[in-house]
Design a protein around this ligand. Structure first.
Ligand code: HEM
Length: 545
């Protein structure tokens, strides 16, 4: 009897495999949907994949946040992503509970196969990440940042001289400026042209790594076990690894260059310019650093990918803001004329007495956050309950910087570019200009929880380690440019669209033209004089060919 019944069991087994298992999985998913923060209704196994927009997802997420609230869940297949649109919630999770929310979602193709876990940007939270992060901090302390200021000032003077000569190329000139600052700070060598081989190479690496991060492109993201298939059976993997080897070799060559600079300088009996790579090499010699040469080389290399395009894009947004909000240009001119006068451009030493300029830098970062979805997402590493909602370990956490920085509760009239939002009552008294009094006024909302007053550099333990370096570049470049130039709309009623931005993880305004003209002959003469002094500073930072 028992033997006879065996064959009749197999349909039951099949039935349980094909119906009961998916059903149980679905019941489990429905239970999790109900316990997690609300969001658009997911479909079984697909989640919200069909509802996700193919362009500017931050706009759709912002719209959904008005329906489902400032903390909501979207599902990519069966994987949950929490999207946050309120700065207090972002700080509650990613800062106050940072031990649980400081990891990164697994990026197998890019983080594990291409970079072999060497890049700090995508590394999971843990010892390997903290070793790298600590080194970055040690080379970006306030003391170290002071060492980089002369080159930032000199490059900003060079930028102004270039704007005098070819104002129509302003966007490329801003890119050269930020690339050169990043390379001077990272390796002590400047960039004279965006055609330099080292820049082409960096762009190639960046484009390749971004191309790996396209959802659905590699099965290995859904089935990480595939990364263990031998290379001969997986040509896709062999190709990614070959690109990884090329990038690692290029990174190590840059470190070797700095080592030979140091050795040559020793023979000559002088010193080379201070750079992050030099500081890290000294630290390695003094204290020892538990990283292979290859992994070590990724630390200075991370500066270009993370810091060049982001800073240039923010400067592009500043130009768009000034063209479309001329009263802010007048207010900046008024402050610079009163504090600096006509015979020199501003420097870092003037920072305390230029509150409006400082506020303008913050407002650009707020108004159009370049890392529009908070840069690289965070991931949680422990189950948690927030305001009664369940957030399981392994959830991806996106701070929607667009929605956060343009949240009306914190920034009334959020699309109005208004640096005065960032003036304290004391600053306002100092920066009391006619333009400020008549045109701008104050638009104060609920205070933002962070000291910077915006969320453009991210949160908690993963907050951008280059934030102060970037803010310094923005301050000195905008200070000198605004002192010297009028930046105006083109004549003939050209309409500027302040929402016309590129797609991608980092955004910048779509190309636009504007008028850039020197404010007077006296201003021109000052720029020509100062660029000569700047060339003296930059001489020590020999250029990459
Ligand atoms: C305006 C310019 C910049 C903006 C808007 C920006 C923004 C960001 C954001 C939003 C993040 C993610 C933070 C998070 O996960 O919570 C980030 C991470 C990072 N940024 Fe920046 N950044 C800028 C410039 C720089 C510069 C100049 C450097 C060079 C030192 C840099 C190095 C990094 C690194 C290494 C990370 C990864 C940190 C980690 O995962 O632990 N960034 N940045």
């Amino acid at each position: 009897m028992a033997l006879e019944s065996l064959p009749s069991l197999s349909p039951y087994i099949l039935l349980s495999l094909f119906i009961a298992l998916p059903l149980l999985t679905l019941l489990h998913d429905i239970n999790t949907w109900r316990r997690m923060p609300p969001g658009p209704q997911p479909l079984p196994f697909l989640g919200n994949k069909l509802q996700l927009p193919t362009s500017s997802p931050w706009l759709q997420f912002q719209k959904w946040s008005k329906v489902y609230g400032p903390i909501m869940t979207i599902w990519i297949g069966r994987k949950p992503t929490i999207v946050i649109s309120d700065p207090v919630i972002a700080a509650d999770l990613m800062e106050k509970r940072s031990t649980k929310y400081s990891s990164r979602p697994r990026m197998v193709a890019m983080g594990e196969i291409l970079w072999d876990n060497a890049s700090v940007l995508v590394q999971p939270y843990g010892k390997e990440w903290s070793v790298r992060r600590k080194l970055l901090h040690q080379a970006l302390t306030p003391r170290a940042l002071r060492l980089y200021k002369p080159v930032q000032e000199a490059e900003a003077s060079r930028l102004c001289a270039e704007l005098l000569r070819t104002p129509a190329r302003w966007e490329k000139l801003l890119e050269r400026f930020t690339s050169s600052v990043v390379f001077c700070v990272a390796y002590g060598h400047r960039i004279d042209s965006l055609d330099a081989e080292v820049i082409r190479q960096r762009f190639k690496f960046m484009q390749y790594s971004a191309s790996l991060n396209v959802p659905g492109k590699y099965m290995v993201e859904s089935f990480p076990v595939l990364k263990y298939i031998p290379d001969v059976l997986a040509p896709w993997k062999a190709e990614i690894k070959a690109h990884g080897r090329e990038e690692a070799a290029a990174n190590m060559k840059l470190v070797e260059l700095v080592k030979s600079d140091i050795a040559n300088a020793k023979v000559r009996g002088d010193d080379i310019p201070d750079s992050l790579c030099k500081l890290l090499l000294e630290l390695r010699e003094k204290e020892g650093v538990p990283l292979s040469d290859r992994d070590f080389s990724y630390i200075p290399a991370s500066l270009f990918g993370a810091g060049s395009d982001t800073t240039a894009s923010t400067l592009c947004s500043a130009f768009l803001a000034l063209v479309t909000h001329p009263e802010t240009l007048r207010a900046a001119h008024a402050e610079l004329d009163a504090v600096i006068g006509p015979s020199r451009t501003p420097t870092f030493a003037d920072e305390p007495s230029l509150p409006y300029l400082r506020a303008l830098v913050k407002e650009v970062l707020r108004w159009r956050p370049v890392a529009v979805l908070g840069g690289t997402p965070h991931a949680s590493t422990e189950d948690d309950i927030y305001e009664g909602h369940y957030i399981p370990a392994g959830t991806t956490i996106l701070g929607n910087s667009w929605a956060i920085n343009l949240n009306e509760t914190y920034y009334p009239n959020p699309h109005h570019f208004n640096p005065a939002r960032f003036l304290s009552p004391n600053d306002a008294a100092v920066a009391k200009t006619e333009a400020l009094d008549k045109k701008i006024g104050f638009e104060m909302g609920k205070p933002h929880p962070s000291k910077s007053g915006h969320s453009s550099f991210g949160w908690g333990r993963r907050i951008c380690p280059g934030a102060d370096l970037a803010a310094n570049s923005l301050f000195v470049a905008l200070g000198k440019i605004l002192w010297a130039f009028d930046i105006t709309p083109l004549k003939g009623g050209v309409r500027y669209d302040t929402f016309a931005y590129t797609e991608g993880f980092n955004i910048r305004p779509r190309p636009f033209e504007c008028g850039i003209s020197v404010r007077s002959e006296a201003h021109r003469e000052v720029l020509m004089r100062e660029v000569k002094e700047a060339e003296g500073v930059l001489e020590r930072f020999t250029p990459f060919g």
